[in-house]
Design a protein around this ligand. Structure first.
Ligand code: NAP
Length: 265
């Protein structure tokens, strides 16, 4: 990944890379990051927390959404939005205000929820929650932020899943929401690319987070059988560091080995 970051920086002069080629700070216009706002949904844990911390480290004003942030220490340029996104009316109102106040440069649609098992064992509330959090919210936030993203030639990065690209027995509805999100991103790129908006979909395989709290399986034990949240955060930084003239539209990240563990109940 770090090689990809360095290569993309080398091809665009004035990108904040020192003369010896070391990456230093990743974004090519780091000096301006302090006035750029980035929204990260699901910033309170897992992939979103790693992405939010990494982008705050890059100097962006990071607005992170979640319900339970715990006791984590955050830098001054991280701003918590403690809200339940299932309460869409209040949540969309909050984001509408944020978009009016702040200079939105990037939207990272990361929050997600997964319920697994035979489809007949789910219920309407679980299906509704997955559709809301994994698909509806990203599309609505995209609609709300697009004018700013166009103005700033900014970025939308959707955290989808490898399940978007395959059949998912015991995860039919979850995979369908992710396939929808990937489809949305691909179409939106075609619609918005002429306005300078970069749209990228990241497809991670299993990562070491709490996503599988509702499942009867979880990540393997060996370190080469799962992704780390920081590795996904590195991919986000790599995408944001690309030259203006190029968009990375699709990144798939997989652990080297495949292993899933059944939980003992
Ligand atoms: N882990 C994996 O193996 C994997 C693989 C492929 C794709 N993904 C995707 O990666 C994304 C991040 O998941 P993760 O693995 O980091 O799982 P996670 O640790 O469970 O994080 C999910 C995040 O979404 C937030 N969220 C969920 N429902 C919410 C709600 N109603 N209101 C506000 N925030 C809500 C959570 O906030 P609170 O906990 O504070 O409510 C949390 O910050 C998801 O879209 C997931 O589908 C994960």
């Amino acid at each position: 990944m770090s090689d990809m970051i360095r290569d993309s920086q080398r091809c665009c002069p004035g990108n904040g890379v020192s003369e010896n080629g070391s990456s230093g700070s990743v974004n090519r216009e780091t000096l301006e990051n302090g006035s750029r706002a980035v929204i990260v949904t699901g910033a309170s844990s897992g992939l979103g927390r790693a992405i939010a911390k990494s982008l705050a480290g890059e100097g962006f004003q990071v607005f992170g959404v979640g319900r339970n942030f715990g006791e984590d220490a955050w830098p001054e340029n991280f701003h918590k939005i403690v809200m339940d996104m299932n309460r869409t009316g209040a949540f969309y109102e909050e984001i509408r205000g944020l978009v009016k106040r702040e200079n939105i440069y990037a939207l990272i649609n990361n929050a997600g929820v997964g319920y697994y098992g035979l489809h007949e064992t789910l219920n309407p509330a679980k299906i509704h929650e997955m559709v809301t959090i994994n698909l509806e919210v990203p599309m609505v936030l995209a609609q709300m932020t697009l004018r700013s993203l166009k103005k700033n030639h900014g970025y939308m990065i959707n955290i989808s899943s490898v399940t978007a690209k395959q059949a998912n027995p015991h995860g039919c509805a979850y995979g369908a929401t992710k396939a929808g999100l990937s489809s949305f991103g691909a179409s939106l790129f075609e619609e918005a690319r002429k306005y300078g908006v970069h749209v990228c979909t990241i497809h991670p395989d299993m990562a070491k987070t709490n996503l599988y709290r509702n499942a009867d399986f979880c990540q393997g034990e060996d370190a080469d059988t799962y992704l780390l949240p920081e590795q996904v955060a590195d991919a986000v930084r790599m995408i944001l560091s690309g030259p203006e003239s190029m968009t990375v539209t699709d990144v798939t990240l997989r652990p080297q080995r495949h292993q899933i563990r059944r939980k003992n109940h």
